[in-house]
Ligand binder design. Structure first.
Ligand code: ZN
Length: 441
């Protein structure tokens, strides 16, 4: 990516980052201490490569800071009079952390989220069916505000997505854009079929999905697009930084990053150095203008692959190929094999069996208990006979063996047992590891 426009942009972005480093040093005790501990002052970071000396910020540090100085820790850089809104992480992996936004932070969020939706062709003529959670989660509120900004009619479905009344709104208010977790769109298909409505015959024309990986996997996307006759776009957000920080464009060739609000790096987790184009690494984000609780070099734990080629859409914003590929913590080790949860998801969601099949992996045994065993729980699906279920299970066992090299035993659980967890916390809901730690690889 070497266009003049891109170079000009990078120069402006660097000035923003330098200002933000100074702002954090002067106003956030957390960053002042962190920089002092690493013997760095803002003046030492004179050129972009110097930023690599800057230490990463890990989730655990934020959590510990907030335990010591509740509620927001010593990260806060703005006085309480500027605090406007609070969000929390799910607490799926550990205790939740709190994130506070100022009015300016909210305005900025509206700006890049509405811009992302607009680039996907969302206009004031659209009706948005917003299934992202409201309440203290950030997705629902921000997509709502951004849609308002574009002049759209918004249906604030949120957590009530599974209620019949919400489904009635989908039928009666003719929504055109479905915004949700990937698993929700599969549930939509099931609900339509239960009501004997052809999933291809809704008024929806596109889905903007995020909150869990998988959308950029072509097989999964293809199944959703053909089943519902809509276009599907992937997005990425993280509560600590913001929603829809990365979004696809109409070309659907990876996520473009909102680099005018975030300094985006992809870091090799082994060396801690910047990845070369095409190399997979951890997404590391720095706020360029956040006021209330800015973060610098935040280690997201999410794997991405950077692309250097310009996108056909003409955007100069950095692009990563294939969306977010999974979390550092989503690597499963079993009998010497390692695989990403997303690979299992791709097998289950990507073939013609049951798109969006909810699942849970249970690992047992090890140590004195005996050999390690891997169970794959699947939900029984309505309208499927026990013979058909056995046939489907056999196919899954074969595919998992061929692609991941592991033997799984299928265990069916009643429909709805796993759904309620699915979109909220993939790691907790989709993996239960009961093995003896000393036998883990
Ligand atoms: Zn593009």
């Amino acid at each position: 990516m070497k266009s003049k426009e891109r170079e000009d942009f990078k120069r402006k972005q660097w000035l923003m980052l330098k200002r933000q480093i100074e702002y954090c040093y002067n106003n956030s005790p957390f960053y002042q201490n962190k920089m002092k501990n690493h013997d760095i002052e803002p003046g030492d970071i004179k050129k972009p490569s110097d930023f690599q000396k800057f230490p990463f910020t890990r989730r655990e540090e934020i959590y510990l800071s907030q335990q010591e100085w509740p509620p927001f820790g010593n990260l806060v850089a703005a006085s309480q009079s500027l605090w406007n809104e609070v969000h929390t992480t799910t607490g799926a992996m550990s205790q939740p952390i709190y994130v506070v936004w100022s009015k300016k932070d909210i305005r900025n969020t509206i700006d890049f989220v509405s811009r992302s939706l607009s680039r996907l062709g969302v206009t004031k003529e659209d009706v948005i069916y917003n299934v992202f959670r409201y309440g203290f989660r950030m997705g629902g509120l921000t997509v709502h505000r951004a849609s308002e900004e574009l002049g759209c009619l918004v249906i604030p479905v949120g957590a009530e997505g599974s209620a019949n009344s919400a489904f009635d709104l989908l039928i009666n208010l003719n929504p055109t854009v479905f915004v949700s977790f990937p698993s929700e769109i599969f549930k939509l298909k099931e609900r339509l079929e239960l009501r004997k409505i052809n999933p291809r015959n809704t008024t929806l024309r596109m889905a903007v999905l995020g909150g869990e990986p998988g959308t950029s996997v072509n097989q999964i996307r293809g199944v959703i697009e053909s089943t519902l006759d809509i276009k599907v776009y992937d997005t990425y957000g993280i509560t600590e930084m913001g929603p829809l920080i990365g979004t696809e464009c109409l070309c659907q060739k990876g996520l473009h990053w909102a680099e005018d609000y975030f300094f985006v790096e992809i870091i090799d987790p082994v060396t801690g150095k910047t990845c070369v184009p095409g190399q997979m690494g951890i997404l590391v984000l720095s706020d360029l203008s956040r006021e209330a609780m800015p973060l610098l070099r935040y280690w997201t734990n999410d794997y991405v692959i950077m692309s250097e080629s310009l996108c056909e859409c003409g955007s100069i914003m950095m692009r990563t190929e294939g969306g977010v590929l999974g979390r550092e913590t989503d690597i499963v080790s079993f009998k010497g094999r390692k695989f990403y949860l997303l690979e299992l998801q791709e097998i289950l969601w990507g073939f013609e069996g049951v798109p969006g099949q909810e699942f849970r992996l249970i690992l047992e045994g090890g140590g004195p208990i005996g050999p390690e065993i891997c169970f794959l729980q699947l939900e029984s699906i309505y309208e499927r006979s026990s013979g058909e279920e056995q046939e489907y299970a056999d196919k899954v066992v074969d595919l998992v063996k061929n692609r991941l090299g592991i033997n799984v035993s299928i265990e069916y659980v009643p429909y709805g047992t796993l759904n309620k967890y699915g979109a909220l916390s993939p790691k907790v809901s989709r993996i239960i590891d009961r093995r003896k730690p000393d036998n883990m690889i």
